[in-house]
Design a protein around this ligand. Structure first.
Ligand code: SF4
Ligand code: SF4
Length: 167
């Protein structure tokens, strides 16, 4: 069963000190060995949890839209880039991206994304687990522990497999 938004927050508060200890302990791991260990754990979490039954990140976060995201999505919605930007995005004075103006995201329909097949690249990549250097990214990964059930499953599974005592 996928944890609700409030359950994720409560769980993160309950696990805060344990996760802090985990973050410190993971610094003792060799990066390449940790990446090899965590890869199948991540794959399993993606198999176990269907994003289309969750949508929590779409309610909590405001994703960045790059110019190529805007071009692709606006074209599919038969809008000009400028009209799309005006209607949906907030300018953050960056040449690289703007962000969704509201949350929950304007494209969220209950728990599913209305533009799932053409969603922004950062949405496809979220929660950004499939990149090398898990050890070096652990702080930002843990920031999503209160948002994403995939992150919760991966971290809890990893705690059970890394050879260190949590107490
Ligand atoms: S990425 Fe995580 S928070 Fe977002 S919909 Fe999928 S499981 Fe839910
Ligand atoms: S664009 Fe789609 S996947 Fe991205 S935050 Fe909005 S609803 Fe979620």
């Amino acid at each position: 069963m996928i944890l609700s938004s409030s359950e994720l927050k409560q769980n993160a508060a309950r696990k805060a000190s344990e996760n802090e200890y985990f973050r410190e302990a993971i610094r003792l791991c060799r990066s390449s060995e940790l990446d090899a260990l965590v890869a199948p754990i991540i794959d399993k979490a993606y198999r176990d949890i269907n994003c289309l039954d969750c949508g929590n990140c779409c309610k909590q976060l405001r994703p960045p839209f790059t110019p190529s995201d805007v071009e692709r999505i606006a074209e599919q919605l038969s809008m000009s880039d400028a009209h799309f930007t005006e209607q949906y995005l907030e300018d953050v004075k960056s040449r690289e991206f703007a962000i969704m103006a509201c949350n929950p995201c304007a494209f969220l329909n209950e728990k599913a994304c209305r533009i799932y097949a053409i969603r922004p690249d950062s949405c496809s990549d979220y929660p950004h687990l499939h990149h090398p250097g898990f050890k070096y990214r652990i702080r930002s990964i843990l920031e999503n522990y209160s948002v994403c059930p995939i992150v919760v499953q991966v971290i809890e599974d990893l705690k059970g497999r890394i050879e260190f005592a949590l107490n």
